[in-house]
Every structure is written in structure tokens, then in C-alpha cells.
Design a protein around this ligand. Structure first.
Ligand code: SF4
Ligand code: SF4
Length: 152
């Protein structure tokens, strides 16, 4: 008798759109403003979040129409996931692309998102909105290290 494997064990390119969307852990880290060193391509996360991010739910407040408000929001796909250097190492898409599997705190494994928030793997209550910070802030002063955290 064979046991059916969970869908996130499939190759990314074989997932349905619904499965692909369900993989997102909803951490909100990818919605933080980032600085990228032109020479080294090193990524520095800040605690300044996109204007559409809800810092309690860690979700986009206008996900379906977000490109109308934030044209440079980026859609992660199975084809481009391997090329996006600024995805945090804890990102479910990045983890699966790198063959690391989903962590124990991911909602598909844990059953809900509370472990992610409890273990500090989301942006919940740790960020400012770019609307609060104002136009053209000096983002160097907002660099934070916690988005680099990754736990299995
Ligand atoms: S970092 Fe990855 S898993 Fe987390 S919200 Fe962004 S796309 Fe989803
Ligand atoms: S538009 Fe929504 S999904 Fe895109 S960066 Fe902003 S909060 Fe995140």
C-alpha cells in the first residue's frame, strides 16, 4: 500500500496555482524594504515594511490588486524562485527550491500559523510602515538582522 505524499513534496513546477499559493508561509519578510550592495550583492533587510503590509496578520492588505498600488511588488514563481537573491533563507519557496523542505513551524506542517509567530519567524509587531517613516528615508539606520533567522 502506498502512502500519498503531501503536495509540497512534489517538484515546484508540478504544483497547481492553488498549491503554489498555499506554500507561502505568510511571514511578511519579503515585504520589507531591503538594501542590496551593488558590489557584493549582499542583501540587508530593514524593519521598514511595504505600505500594504498588515503588521499584525503579516499579510498584504490588497493582495489581489497589489500591483495597482505597488507596481514593483514581485511575484515569486517556480521559474524565477532560484534567481531571487533577496528571498529570506526561511522563505518556504526558497527552502523547497534548495531542497531543504518545510520547517516544523510552517502552517502546512504545524497546522496553523501560531508557531511561526511564536518562534519569531514572521514580521509580526517588529516593523514600521514605510508610510510612518516618510519619503526617502535613510534606510541604513533601519537595518535589522532578525529576518535572516531560519529555524527547522
Ligand atoms: S518570504 Fe516567502 S514564504 Fe515568507 S511571505 Fe514572502 S514569499 Fe511567502
Ligand atoms: S504589495 Fe503586498 S505582497 Fe507586495 S510587497 Fe507590498 S505587502 Fe508585500
Amino acid at each position: 500500500m502506498s502512502v500519498e505524499q503531501p503536495f509540497w513534496h512534489k517538484p515546484l513546477t508540478q504544483m497547481t496555482e492553488q498549491e503554489w499559493e498555499a506554500l507561502c508561509d505568510g511571514c511578511g519578510k519579503c515585504c520589507l524594504n531591503k538594501l542590496i550592495d551593488d558590489d557584493t550583492e549582499e542583501v540587508y533587510f530593514t524593519n521598514v515594511a511595504c505600505q500594504l503590509l498588515n503588521d499584525k496578520t503579516c499579510e498584504c492588505s490588497r493582495y489581489d490588486t497589489r500591483f495597482n498600488y505597488v507596481p514593483d511588488c514581485y511575484k515569486v514563481t517556480p521559474d524565477n524562485v532560484g534567481t531571487i537573491a533577496w528571498l529570506p533563507t526561511s522563505c518556504a519557496y526558497r527552502r523547497l527550491h534548495e531542497g531543504r523542505g518545510l520547517p516544523s513551524w510552517h502552517h502546512l506542517v504545524a497546522g496553523n500559523k501560531s508557531q511561526m509567530h511564536k518562534q519569531g519567524m514572521s514580521v509580526r509587531r517588529k516593523v514600521l510602515s514605510e508610510l510612518e517613516v516618510g519619503p526617502d528615508p535613510d534606510l541604513f539606520g533601519f537595518i535589522v538582522l532578525w529576518p535572516l533567522d531560519d529555524l527547522d
